[in-house]
Ligand binder design. Structure first.
Ligand code: FAD
Length: 415
């Protein structure tokens, strides 16, 4: 039995008509297509190309492209709810979908909230129209490589990948690791640091540039054979004197840094993939204990008190996770207060850790046969382990920031 109930009941959670429509659409695609394909992508560590064709055919590549540019115009919570339904059936599709959607969300709804001069605003309008047309009309896919293996992805230093201004564009040099969609994206939305005359790299000079996949000097390197999220194909990128034109600037100079400091919920957009996996682990367990998993003899195991207790524990964790996450995604806005920011870190930590905890309980409760790779649970368990490693808000960093924020007011010191 493939689960088909909404993760968030429209009436109970007072979903908007668009949220109902898009969550239904994503759930239907997930249930009828992504669920079965997930085995192959996971086994082969191959990219979910067919799923992306379906996402494009249903307008979902433009889910966060404003309607006046031909997109669906979903706001932040609507995207998060829809993506969670995808994560339920294929974590790797939901995770990579996040990378793509960020290129629209950051340049769209987020950028509209940020301060720009009238000249910057006009320039941004013109450039994002180019970028949105590629996505909405031509189905182009954007990756989002920012990790470099150093402190930059955690927000602790400037990116070492650099962009040097030249007439008509930029020259990029550097290296990115774990670039999901590597070799499959049409554009790489690279975060890099603008090289200024004094040679110093500063976070406030971060640039967000789109690099076409066939740009001279760009190479995809390395293997991809990880524990989980195998369908993300997160290989490494090398940039050697890569030229991109001025129109590939996805945000005006200085605006990415403003977004990162004033719109922090932008870093929570990896959570839907794992919210979906948490739900999937629970759904699998219910079906398994009821003897309703296809491919298994219809043996019921639900009558044992230990199973009932474990499922109760899983349900408590799942409801706690969903409630906190749902609240946090509705807090998202420019300049959130300290309370909302702390709740965002708490929600990120809870989703990423609980998804794996619930999957782990699911394996223990269902037992040995359920762990075979011919069932979804093994993949859900492996995929869910990756959530708390995702920078900039890893589980450790969330705890670190929460502890400090709880005990110190802004600017407070002990000396
Ligand atoms: C499946 C998958 C897909 C990914 N896709 C992408 C992608 O598309 N784009 C992309 O840019 N990245 C992507 N990443 C990379 C990811 O976001 C991390 O950058 C990467 O996992 C970090 O590697 P690391 O743990 O070795 O980092 P390290 O920098 O070695 O950090 C190790 C741990 O130390 C802690 N730590 C690091 N810095 C600090 C700090 N300043 N303060 C406190 N604690 C700190 C963190 O908890 C971190 O987990 C992906 C990763 C995975 C697993």
């Amino acid at each position: 039995m493939i689960p088909h109930e909404p993760m968030f009941d429209p009436q109970t959670f007072e979903l908007t008509p668009q949220q109902v429509e898009l969550t239904n659409l994503c759930r239907e695609l997930g249930r009828t297509r992504f669920h079965e394909r997930a085995f192959r992508y996971d086994r082969e560590a191959s990219f979910p190309t067919e799923n992306y064709q379906d996402l494009f055919a249903h307008g979902l590549l433009g889910i966060c492209v404003p309607q006046r540019y031909g997109g669906l115009g979903a706001d932040y919570p609507t995207y998060m709810l829809a993506a969670a339904e995808i994560g339920r059936y294929c974590g790797a599709t939901a995770l990579t979908f996040n990378m793509h959607v960020c290129s629209c969300l950051w340049t769209g709804a987020l950028a509209d909230d940020l301060d720009m001069t009238p000249e910057q605003r006009a320039e941004h309008e013109r450039r994002r129209a180019i970028h949105y047309e590629r996505i909405v009309r031509h189905g182009r896919i954007y990756a989002q490589p920012f990790s470099e293996g150093g402190p930059a992805a955690a927000g602790a230093a400037a990116f070492q990948t650099t962009a040097r201004k030249v007439p008509g564009g930029w020259i990029i040099n550097g290296r990115k690791i774990f670039a999901s969609l590597a070799g499959h994206a049409d554009y790489y939305g690279v975060l890099c640091t603008e090289l200024k005359e004094d040679g110093e790299l500063r976070r406030r000079d971060t640039l967000y540039l789109a690099v076409p996949k066939d740009a001279a000097g760009l190479r995809v390197v390395g293997d991809w054979d990880p524990l989980g999220m195998r369908g993300t194909v997160s290989r490494n990128l090398l940039f050697d004197e890569v030229f991109v034109s001025d129109d590939e600037q996805l945000m005006p100079q200085g605006v990415y840094h403003q977004a990162a400091t004033r719109w922090p919920h932008m870093f929570m957009t990896l959570t839907p993939a794992y919210m979906g996996l948490a739900q999937a682990a629970y759904d699998f367990t219910i079906a398994y204990l009821r003897g309703e998993v296809p491919g298994m003899p219809p043996v019921k195991r639900r009558m044992y008190p230990t199973k009932q207790l474990a499922v109760a524990q899983m349900k408590v964790m799942l409801e706690q996770t969903k409630a906190l996450w749902f609240r946090a995604i509705h807090d998202a806005r420019i300049d959130p207060g300290k309370d909302a920011l702390m709740r965002a870190w708490a929600a990120q930590y809870t989703v990423m850790e609980n998804a794996n905890e619930i999957a782990q309980l699911a394996i223990r409760t269902c037992g040995g046969q359920a762990m075979l790779e011919s069932f979804h649970l093994a993949r859900i368990y492996r995929d869910s382990r990756c959530g708390s490693l995702m920078l900039p808000w890893t589980a450790e960093i969330c705890l670190d920031r929460l502890g400090r924020a709880a005990l110190y007011d802004e600017g407070e010191r002990d000396d």
